[in-house]
Design a protein around this ligand. Structure first.
Ligand code: ZN
Length: 322
């Protein structure tokens, strides 16, 4: 399929390289990733062309400003990243779009930067890399203090991409002795799915029905696990939510194929979410565009669904070309 839109594609600017985790990468691989993340020009475009990707929606690589404990520094770095991203898009307006980085240490500052990034810079949503690091640990966005930020997202009509990061050091006990499970192999998914469930069960989407969240990696397992959660919540605890939990997944979430190029998983996500709620993504440079594209182009789904997942859902959601 030509003309694909890929929605979880990463970049880094020079003053953010310190936030790119070296965990599980050899020094040589880390250098190579920084090189690929920094390159947002002809080399990347050539890879996109070869993979039939028309537009890459760029976001600052994890853990980004969410890992910066100093609020003022985090806000300044987010603004700088957004300026850099806007200048890349200005150079290649038909090929790149972008999700803003936002520091959520201070909600008023976050709202101001979100508004600037969307209205003044033309970015089409935000990408946050999990909880915000603070001295006492981490802050998750189901806390009522973040409501104005969610309301601003809904008013602007832009989604929030909830991207993984490593769990808090205090929450890593379950991985003791099995460090290979901590990151993108498994722990990222548990961390991000749990964060998404905090959003759902807090009643956020009852208060802000227009809030939209994108999850990568075909939904961080939620399309496959939420039905059981719903049944057990009803049986054991009841729920103060206005709707069953799966309905929030269907109405407030999109899932993207990033790093999960597996046909049974895609088909399961499609059965649960529907073809209007799935988006194509690679997760470049941690995954390869060629592999993602050759898998997606040959996956056994209807042509109309391939067109939706490959491009038109993202174009509609992100209002690309507006
Ligand atoms: Zn990613």
């Amino acid at each position: 399929m030509v003309g694909k839109v890929a929605v979880e594609e990463h970049f880094v600017c020079p003053d953010h390289e310190e936030y790119v985790s070296k965990a599980w990468m050899s020094p040589e691989m880390h250098r190579r990733m920084i090189g690929r993340l920094s390159e947002v020009g002809e080399e990347r475009l050539a890879r996109m062309d070869a993979a039939g990707i028309d537009v890459a929606v760029l976001s600052l690589v994890t853990e980004g400003v969410q890992a910066e404990p100093d609020a003022a520094r985090a806000a300044a770095k987010a603004a700088r990243a957004n300026d850099v991203l806007a200048s890349v898009i200005e150079r290649y307006p038909d090929r790149f779009s972008g999700l803003a980085a936002v520091s959520l240490h201070d909600v008023d500052v976050a709202v101001t930067e979100l508004d600037r990034a969307v209205r003044a810079l033309g970015l089409v949503g935000v990408c946050v890399n999990g909880f915000t690091t603070v001295a006492e640990g981490g802050e998750y966005y189901d806390d009522p203090k973040f409501l104005p930020f969610w309301q601003c997202l809904a008013e602007l009509g832009v989604p929030l991409y909830l991207h993984p990061r490593y769990p808090l050091p205090s929450q890593r006990g379950i991985y003791e002795g099995r460090p290979e499970l901590l990151g993108s192999t498994w722990g990222f998914g548990v961390e991000t799915a749990t964060h998404a469930l905090r959003l759902i069960t807090s009643g956020l989407f009852d208060r802000v029905p227009g809030a939209t969240v994108i999850l990568g990696h075909l939904g961080e397992t939620l399309p496959f696990t939420l039905y059981r959660m719903q049944g057990r919540m009803k049986a054991l605890r009841g729920s103060a939510l206005a709707k069953p939990v799966t309905e929030y997944l269907h109405e407030n979430f999109y899932v993207a194929t990033s790093g999960n190029f597996h046909t049974p998983t895609l088909l399961g996500a499609l059965l649960e979410m529907g073809a209007d709620r799935v988006l194509f993504a690679v997760d470049y440079p941690f995954e390869e565009m060629e592999e993602a594209a050759s898998w997606f182009d040959s996956v056994p789904i209807a042509a109309a669904d391939r067109a939706k997942i490959g491009a038109s859902n993202a174009r509609r959601l992100l209002e690309l070309g507006r």
